[in-house]
Write a protein that binds this ligand. Structure first.
Ligand code: GDP
Ligand code: MG
Length: 173
């Protein structure tokens, strides 16, 4: 089909919805609104054509296991997001990464586009050093970037890098 599905996983409160809203609607809100699951769409270019980028903002760790598996099966690319102000939020991503690896098949892993993303780079309280997260991303075979949904730092760059990791189609924003 002409859809390219990106799934955002991460702990509650790390900024999954804020990232999706910032990228798709160029807005930011300070209030925390717990999400069930939302999908946003954006038209992008794909093999000198247009296709629909579908971004699924999941309920994070509150997602039912069967839903989580379905999201992974259906997803083409993944954003694993934590907050730089919470080491626990980074640690919560490991089981999700392992599940993606299991479902997508370990041997195809380096070809499944995954970005490890440290959000809230604007915050002064930092628990996760960029070097530590970059090191983890390298061991997982993922890309890594720090962003801020609040200040719009590196949001476009994140999606550009993710799309460039796709080897089966040539895609850009
Ligand atoms: P979700 O549960 O992962 O969807 O998290 P939300 O997107 O709802 O964000 C949780 C809280 O963090 C909200 O109060 C947001 O305003 C705040 N937040 C999200 N992104 C950022 C960011 O880049 N910087 C700062 N300082 N706060 C953020
Ligand atoms: Mg949310």
């Amino acid at each position: 089909s002409n859809d390219y599905r990106v799934v955002i996983f991460g702990a509650g409160g790390v900024g999954k919805s804020s990232l999706a809203l910032r990228f798709v609607k160029q807005t930011f809100r300070d209030a925390y609104v717990p999400t069930i699951e939302d999908t946003y769409t954006q038209v992008i270019s794909c093999d000198s054509n247009v296709c629909t980028l579908q971004i699924t903002d999941t309920a994070g760790s509150h997602q039912f296991p069967a839903m989580q598996r379905l999201s992974i099966t259906r997803g083409h690319a993944f954003i694993l997001i934590y907050s730089i102000s919470s080491m626990a939020s980074l640690e919560e991503l490991r089981p999700i990464y392992l599940l993606i690896k299991e479902i997508k098949g370990a041997e195809t892993m380096p070809s499944v586009p995954i970005m490890l993303v440290g959000n809230k780079s604007d915050e002064t309280h930092r628990e996760v050093k960029a070097e530590a997260a970059a090191h983890l991303a390298k061991s997982w075979g993922c890309g890594f970037i720090e962003i801020s949904a609040k200040t719009n730092h590196n949001i476009t760059e994140l999606f550009q890098e993710l799309l460039q990791m796709e080897k089966k189609r040539k895609m850009s924003l």
